[in-house]
Design a protein around this ligand. Sequence first.
Ligand SMILES: [Zn+2]
Length: 821
Amino acid sequence: MTRRLSSIVFLIVFLSITSAAQSTTIPSPKSVLGFNPGDDRTVAGWSQITDYFERLDRASDRVLVQTLGQSTLKRPLIVAFISARENILALPKYKEIQQQLADPRKITQNLQHDRLLANGKVVVAISCSIHSTEIVASQMSMQLAYELATAQDADTREILQNTILLLIPSPNPDGIDIVANWYRKTLGTPYEGKEPPELYHYYAGHDDNRDWFMLNLKETQLITRLLWHDWFPQIVYDVHQQGSTGSRFFIPPFYDPPNPNISPLLLRQVGLIGHKVAADLQAAGFKGVLTNALYDTWWHGGFRTAPYFHNSIGILSEAASARLMSPATVTTEQLARSSTRGMRNAVESSTNFPDPWPAGQWRPRDIMAMEMISARSILEIAAKFRVEYLRNFYELGRTNIESKDGPQVYLIPAGQGRDEAVAKLIGSLVDQGVEVYRLDRELHMILAAPILRRTNPVAEKLGSYRRLANLTSSQMQEVPLGSYIIFLAQPQRTNVLALFEPQIYPNRLTGQGEAERPYDVAGWTLPMQMGLEAPVVMAIREPAGERKLTLLKDANEVRADLALAWKKGDESPIKNPVKQPVRVGIYKGWTSNMDEGWTRYIFDTFNVPYTSVRDADMRKGALSSKFDALIFTSQAATQIINGNGVGTMPQEYTGGITEAGVKNLKEFVNNGGMLICFDNACDMAIKEFNLPLKNTLEGVRSSEFYCPGSIVALDVDNKHPIASTLPSTVPAYFINSSAYKAADDANVRVIARYAKENVLLSGWLLGEDKLSGQIALAEVNVGKGRIVLFGFRPQHRGQAWATLPFIWNALSTAANNTSEE
Ligand SMILES: [Zn+2]
């Protein structure tokens, strides 16, 4: 015993000597940057951040930095692995353990399972500042890494021993530089601390955190590979900031409604971690921490929501913002006016907000201090309950695999004729780790209602599965080879359900009978958005041994099946769908409009050439000499015409297209040009061109009509050239969008109406009668030209592929406008 004890004592002494010696050579953030991260009016840009992490990697055996790939604008996207030295040396072993825990089918013996639980580490991913104006966490990441690399206390040692941290200083490197450069440029001017006048992600802006199942963006693709192909973190912590005048810090539990496909065990674990963070912040003397408010778990597609569908715990924190890296002053009056779901105001205490903050100065270092405690708190609980986190993660995967109730399979039948959409859908699924097989021999299945049905999804949900269970074998259908099949008995069962089922958002009203706004969208069913049939299958006749299936590895396998060009490198292989050369301009103001960004994303992805048209171009005129078609993406008329107000921004970013731009636009259309407007932008066209159309939803109270991000059915007149390639029913994306009545039918050609009945396909629609039968898409002649009005968002978030053909068809007819009748 004494011998063993002495060797342990020796080991401890030895470790502390070597660690102490090493810590003297580990550079602090201040020694590299010249300031402490979080200091007022300082900011580290992306090259400073990556430089610091490289130095840390070289100096510390607890840190290993990896470059995942390049961002949209070609900056390195990095992750820092932080753990005890011996864990860092054995990362491949721990990755292997994680992959086995993530898929219990890989574990064949009980002993093996016990060994994995005994040896595994809890993998925790922390992601900072995906929203680049919420910039403090990106600065905090350096301090967090430094402290974990150098601390010698027992708590830190336990964290390092039992967890492996995947620290992502930012999943949007381009945005860090956009914000840092803007901040430096405006420092000491009247515009210090204001947000930049451009999207902080080249395509998506703030929507860069709305892409976690579609995987349109390079950043989401790279991080999805890291998280859900390689490392399967048990806990994902996404660090954000909210507005400056409410609570100081939000941490879960979340608000209602929960997504029905999220395991209750996950919701409980989210709550446990959130309360631990809140308690630790309170113990450290911080005021103004809020739980159980505003943010919910309904929607799928965010950094912290995607983990639920990979059997992992997703945590969000939202610190109150300063003015970028400048201090803000918050008054009691502002706090008293701040109200949200679950919080009456930010001055009264309540059980979920027991210690209001008393107003005053709010600094970046306050944000950073709270985020540091929060990150530490999560790592501590992960370390202390290591085995429980590993076991729960494994058990959720096992339950999904063994689940036998209800639907067995989702099917994507061959021969739908929308090959690019099929390739994209399956590519996105495979990239996020969903297992998809190709049928290499036809099979016989009982199919339930196809997803593009016109029946009421609520009734469907309640009755259809039971009804279908009574079907006889004579209703078996032959499913052709070349179809794609997704079994629900797989670790990501809940992800498949959440992506393929129609969402049925609960009817949530306020005490006054108004609609209670969900945190994000209410419906997103992916095959619907992409215009694909994806029926659910209740039974397959052929037993497992008689099936001939191939597991797909990437989108190129699907592209090969469908004889589409392969994707190589960064180039999109999609062939330009516009039938003839056409000169397209897409209006781009200085008010950072995400709809504009996603439109560029779609045009680049489909290789349709375009030019961005700035306010100055609109004011200058001579538009007919440069363009055949001009597109105005969804944006309020006042924003288009007036832009940023004088004095709110440096002068070059103020003013919109102005009256001069409107006059030039009129001349363009009268001369034969095509003007295309999406959603809100139609208001500008209707008013300025005096069109015989009225938005019937304008000014309607949410107690009468409400539809916040849902999929609705369109009845399409496909005799019209703009709809010629589309089926007669098309799902469209409606997000507080528009519907029109024509006052004078003579000049208005209706291309699509919202369906006469059962218009809701997925999401939430209050007041169906206000929408049914109204005009959704129309074309109006003006002079020698035409105006095409989309009431909905035909390219919403780069996801609504079902309605993209309307855009391509419109452009195909734009070049020879005068020959149209
Ligand atoms: Zn955010």
